[in-house]
Write a protein that binds this ligand. Structure first.
Ligand SMILES: [Zn+2]
Length: 267
Protein backbone atom coordinates (compact mmCIF):
# COMPACT_ATOMS: atom_id res chain seq x y z
CA UNK A 1 0.00 0.00 0.00
CA UNK A 2 2.74 2.39 0.95
CA UNK A 3 4.52 1.61 -2.29
CA UNK A 4 1.37 2.36 -4.33
CA UNK A 5 0.90 5.74 -2.67
CA UNK A 6 4.50 6.51 -3.37
CA UNK A 7 4.19 5.67 -7.06
CA UNK A 8 0.96 7.61 -7.52
CA UNK A 9 2.33 10.66 -5.78
CA UNK A 10 5.51 10.46 -7.78
CA UNK A 11 3.55 10.59 -11.04
CA UNK A 12 2.12 13.96 -10.10
CA UNK A 13 5.10 15.49 -8.39
CA UNK A 14 8.03 14.23 -10.39
CA UNK A 15 8.08 16.79 -13.20
CA UNK A 16 8.35 19.82 -10.97
CA UNK A 17 9.91 18.65 -7.74
CA UNK A 18 12.29 15.92 -8.73
CA UNK A 19 15.51 17.35 -7.38
CA UNK A 20 14.35 19.14 -4.26
CA UNK A 21 14.85 17.84 -0.73
CA UNK A 22 11.14 17.34 -0.13
CA UNK A 23 10.73 14.86 -2.94
CA UNK A 24 13.94 13.05 -2.06
CA UNK A 25 12.69 12.66 1.49
CA UNK A 26 9.44 11.41 0.06
CA UNK A 27 11.11 8.85 -2.17
CA UNK A 28 13.57 7.57 0.44
CA UNK A 29 12.67 7.85 4.08
CA UNK A 30 15.45 7.75 6.66
CA UNK A 31 14.42 4.21 7.50
CA UNK A 32 14.56 3.09 3.87
CA UNK A 33 17.85 4.89 3.31
CA UNK A 34 19.39 3.11 6.30
CA UNK A 35 18.14 -0.27 5.08
CA UNK A 36 19.44 0.49 1.59
CA UNK A 37 22.88 1.39 2.92
CA UNK A 38 23.02 -1.72 5.06
CA UNK A 39 22.19 -3.92 2.08
CA UNK A 40 24.98 -2.30 0.07
CA UNK A 41 27.34 -2.61 3.02
CA UNK A 42 26.56 -6.31 3.55
CA UNK A 43 27.29 -7.05 -0.12
CA UNK A 44 30.57 -5.13 0.00
CA UNK A 45 31.66 -6.89 3.18
CA UNK A 46 30.88 -10.28 1.60
CA UNK A 47 33.02 -9.52 -1.48
CA UNK A 48 36.54 -10.37 -0.34
CA UNK A 49 37.92 -10.10 -3.87
CA UNK A 50 36.98 -6.50 -4.56
CA UNK A 51 36.68 -5.28 -0.99
CA UNK A 52 39.04 -7.27 1.28
CA UNK A 53 38.40 -6.10 4.82
CA UNK A 54 41.30 -5.01 7.00
CA UNK A 55 41.60 -7.36 10.00
CA UNK A 56 45.31 -7.27 10.78
CA UNK A 57 45.35 -5.02 13.85
CA UNK A 58 42.41 -4.28 16.11
CA UNK A 59 44.09 -1.08 17.39
CA UNK A 60 43.86 0.38 13.87
CA UNK A 61 40.24 -0.74 13.45
CA UNK A 62 39.28 0.69 16.86
CA UNK A 63 41.09 3.94 16.11
CA UNK A 64 39.12 4.54 12.92
CA UNK A 65 35.80 3.47 14.45
CA UNK A 66 36.31 5.67 17.51
CA UNK A 67 37.39 8.63 15.44
CA UNK A 68 34.53 8.27 12.96
CA UNK A 69 31.91 7.84 15.66
CA UNK A 70 33.20 10.87 17.57
CA UNK A 71 32.83 13.02 14.43
CA UNK A 72 29.39 11.57 13.68
CA UNK A 73 28.29 12.26 17.27
CA UNK A 74 29.62 15.84 17.19
CA UNK A 75 27.65 16.94 14.13
CA UNK A 76 24.01 17.92 14.44
CA UNK A 77 23.02 18.05 10.76
CA UNK A 78 21.64 14.53 10.81
CA UNK A 79 21.16 12.54 13.99
CA UNK A 80 19.86 9.00 14.51
CA UNK A 81 21.89 7.54 11.67
CA UNK A 82 23.79 4.31 12.42
CA UNK A 83 27.20 5.30 11.09
CA UNK A 84 29.80 2.57 10.61
CA UNK A 85 33.47 2.84 9.69
CA UNK A 86 35.22 0.01 7.88
CA UNK A 87 38.78 -0.28 6.56
CA UNK A 88 39.37 -1.95 3.19
CA UNK A 89 42.70 -3.75 3.06
CA UNK A 90 44.05 -2.33 -0.18
CA UNK A 91 46.79 0.07 -1.19
CA UNK A 92 44.28 2.12 -3.17
CA UNK A 93 44.06 5.70 -1.91
CA UNK A 94 40.33 6.09 -1.51
CA UNK A 95 37.33 6.44 0.74
CA UNK A 96 33.61 6.43 0.10
CA UNK A 97 30.32 6.52 1.92
CA UNK A 98 26.96 4.90 1.27
CA UNK A 99 23.45 6.17 1.92
CA UNK A 100 22.30 5.84 5.52
CA UNK A 101 25.58 5.57 7.39
CA UNK A 102 28.32 3.22 6.12
CA UNK A 103 31.75 4.80 5.54
CA UNK A 104 34.68 2.90 4.01
CA UNK A 105 38.29 4.00 4.05
CA UNK A 106 41.14 2.23 2.29
CA UNK A 107 44.41 1.28 3.99
CA UNK A 108 46.28 3.11 1.20
CA UNK A 109 44.69 6.38 2.23
CA UNK A 110 45.55 5.80 5.89
CA UNK A 111 49.17 5.14 4.92
CA UNK A 112 49.44 8.36 2.93
CA UNK A 113 47.88 10.51 5.67
CA UNK A 114 50.41 12.24 7.90
CA UNK A 115 48.28 12.85 10.98
CA UNK A 116 45.09 11.86 12.74
CA UNK A 117 43.66 15.25 11.85
CA UNK A 118 44.07 14.48 8.14
CA UNK A 119 42.18 11.20 8.53
CA UNK A 120 39.56 12.97 10.61
CA UNK A 121 39.11 15.52 7.82
CA UNK A 122 38.54 12.72 5.31
CA UNK A 123 36.06 10.90 7.57
CA UNK A 124 34.27 14.20 8.26
CA UNK A 125 34.03 14.77 4.48
CA UNK A 126 32.49 11.30 4.00
CA UNK A 127 30.10 11.80 6.93
CA UNK A 128 29.12 15.07 5.26
CA UNK A 129 28.08 13.21 2.11
CA UNK A 130 25.75 11.12 4.31
CA UNK A 131 24.34 13.96 6.39
CA UNK A 132 23.65 15.93 3.20
CA UNK A 133 22.15 12.78 1.61
CA UNK A 134 24.17 13.16 -1.57
CA UNK A 135 24.21 9.49 -2.62
CA UNK A 136 20.58 8.95 -1.65
CA UNK A 137 19.53 11.89 -3.83
CA UNK A 138 21.73 10.72 -6.68
CA UNK A 139 20.23 7.21 -6.49
CA UNK A 140 16.70 8.60 -6.54
CA UNK A 141 17.41 11.01 -9.39
CA UNK A 142 19.48 8.68 -11.56
CA UNK A 143 17.68 5.37 -11.07
CA UNK A 144 14.24 6.18 -9.71
CA UNK A 145 12.02 4.72 -7.10
CA UNK A 146 11.46 1.39 -8.86
CA UNK A 147 15.11 0.37 -8.58
CA UNK A 148 15.21 1.44 -4.95
CA UNK A 149 12.05 -0.53 -4.23
CA UNK A 150 13.50 -3.61 -5.90
CA UNK A 151 16.52 -3.39 -3.62
CA UNK A 152 14.39 -2.78 -0.54
CA UNK A 153 11.49 -5.14 -1.20
CA UNK A 154 12.57 -7.47 -4.00
CA UNK A 155 13.93 -10.98 -3.62
CA UNK A 156 17.42 -11.34 -2.19
CA UNK A 157 18.80 -12.46 -5.55
CA UNK A 158 17.33 -9.61 -7.59
CA UNK A 159 18.40 -7.06 -4.96
CA UNK A 160 21.92 -8.52 -4.97
CA UNK A 161 22.09 -8.32 -8.77
CA UNK A 162 21.02 -4.67 -8.78
CA UNK A 163 23.46 -3.76 -6.01
CA UNK A 164 26.28 -5.54 -7.85
CA UNK A 165 25.48 -3.51 -10.97
CA UNK A 166 25.40 -0.25 -9.07
CA UNK A 167 28.64 -1.03 -7.27
CA UNK A 168 30.41 -1.97 -10.50
CA UNK A 169 31.00 1.59 -11.57
CA UNK A 170 30.23 3.34 -8.30
CA UNK A 171 28.56 5.91 -10.54
CA UNK A 172 25.89 6.62 -7.96
CA UNK A 173 28.61 7.83 -5.60
CA UNK A 174 30.08 10.24 -8.13
CA UNK A 175 28.40 13.45 -7.20
CA UNK A 176 28.84 16.90 -8.64
CA UNK A 177 31.18 19.73 -7.80
CA UNK A 178 28.63 21.45 -5.54
CA UNK A 179 28.17 18.31 -3.47
CA UNK A 180 31.93 17.83 -3.14
CA UNK A 181 32.37 21.40 -1.94
CA UNK A 182 29.52 20.91 0.51
CA UNK A 183 31.18 17.75 1.86
CA UNK A 184 34.47 19.68 2.16
CA UNK A 185 32.61 22.31 4.14
CA UNK A 186 31.32 19.55 6.45
CA UNK A 187 34.89 18.23 6.64
CA UNK A 188 36.03 21.53 8.13
CA UNK A 189 32.98 22.19 10.31
CA UNK A 190 32.74 18.69 11.80
CA UNK A 191 36.51 18.63 12.48
CA UNK A 192 36.11 21.83 14.48
CA UNK A 193 33.15 20.39 16.39
CA UNK A 194 35.19 17.30 17.27
CA UNK A 195 38.14 19.51 18.28
CA UNK A 196 40.34 18.19 15.52
CA UNK A 197 42.56 20.61 13.73
CA UNK A 198 40.39 22.17 11.05
CA UNK A 199 43.34 22.10 8.66
CA UNK A 200 43.07 18.29 8.50
CA UNK A 201 41.15 18.03 5.22
CA UNK A 202 43.22 20.80 3.65
CA UNK A 203 46.46 19.14 4.73
CA UNK A 204 45.27 15.83 3.36
CA UNK A 205 44.54 17.44 0.00
CA UNK A 206 48.02 18.96 0.15
CA UNK A 207 49.51 15.54 0.94
CA UNK A 208 47.69 14.07 -2.06
CA UNK A 209 48.81 16.90 -4.28
CA UNK A 210 52.43 16.46 -3.21
CA UNK A 211 52.25 12.73 -3.95
CA UNK A 212 50.06 12.61 -7.04
CA UNK A 213 49.52 16.11 -8.35
CA UNK A 214 46.03 16.68 -9.72
CA UNK A 215 45.36 12.98 -10.38
CA UNK A 216 41.64 12.47 -9.79
CA UNK A 217 40.41 10.27 -6.94
CA UNK A 218 36.95 8.88 -6.41
CA UNK A 219 36.93 10.40 -2.97
CA UNK A 220 37.31 13.76 -4.54
CA UNK A 221 35.51 12.81 -7.74
CA UNK A 222 37.21 13.81 -10.99
CA UNK A 223 36.45 17.41 -10.36
CA UNK A 224 37.31 19.82 -8.98
CA UNK A 225 41.08 19.38 -9.14
CA UNK A 226 42.93 18.74 -5.87
CA UNK A 227 44.84 22.02 -6.15
CA UNK A 228 41.59 23.92 -6.58
CA UNK A 229 40.15 22.25 -3.50
CA UNK A 230 43.15 23.18 -1.37
CA UNK A 231 42.50 26.87 -1.92
CA UNK A 232 38.76 26.40 -1.55
CA UNK A 233 39.14 24.60 1.79
CA UNK A 234 41.44 27.39 2.98
CA UNK A 235 38.63 29.84 2.21
CA UNK A 236 36.22 27.64 4.15
CA UNK A 237 38.60 27.52 7.11
CA UNK A 238 38.91 31.31 7.06
CA UNK A 239 35.12 31.61 7.25
CA UNK A 240 34.55 28.93 9.91
CA UNK A 241 33.87 30.24 13.41
CA UNK A 242 35.90 28.68 16.19
CA UNK A 243 39.03 28.11 14.17
CA UNK A 244 41.93 29.61 16.04
CA UNK A 245 44.38 31.39 13.76
CA UNK A 246 47.86 30.02 13.40
CA UNK A 247 47.13 26.49 14.59
CA UNK A 248 50.10 24.30 13.74
CA UNK A 249 49.01 22.30 10.67
CA UNK A 250 49.57 18.88 12.19
CA UNK A 251 48.49 19.58 15.73
CA UNK A 252 45.55 17.44 16.75
CA UNK A 253 43.80 18.79 19.81
CA UNK A 254 41.42 15.94 20.31
CA UNK A 255 42.57 14.33 23.54
CA UNK A 256 41.69 10.68 23.15
CA UNK A 257 43.74 9.58 20.18
CA UNK A 258 47.03 7.77 20.07
CA UNK A 259 49.79 9.36 18.07
CA UNK A 260 49.09 8.67 14.41
CA UNK A 261 52.66 7.46 13.99
CA UNK A 262 51.75 4.41 16.08
CA UNK A 263 48.81 3.68 13.77
CA UNK A 264 51.00 4.16 10.70
CA UNK A 265 53.49 1.62 12.03
CA UNK A 266 50.75 -1.00 12.20
CA UNK A 267 49.38 -0.54 8.68
ZN1 LIG B 1 33.48 13.42 -1.65
Amino acid sequence: MIKCIRYISMAFLLPVLFTCDAITNFIISDEDEITLGQKFRAQICADAVNYPLYTKDTAVINYIQLMGQAIADAQSDRKNIPFSFTIIDSNIVNAFSLPGGPVFVYRGLLKDARSGAEVAGVLAHEIGHITMRHAAKKLAEAYGVQIIDQILFGSDSSAAAIIANLLAGMAFLKVGRDNEYQADSCGVAYSVLTRYNSYGIKNFFQTLYNLYGDTPFELFSDHPATSERISNVQRLINKTPGVPPGVPPNDTTWMHQADYAVILSKL
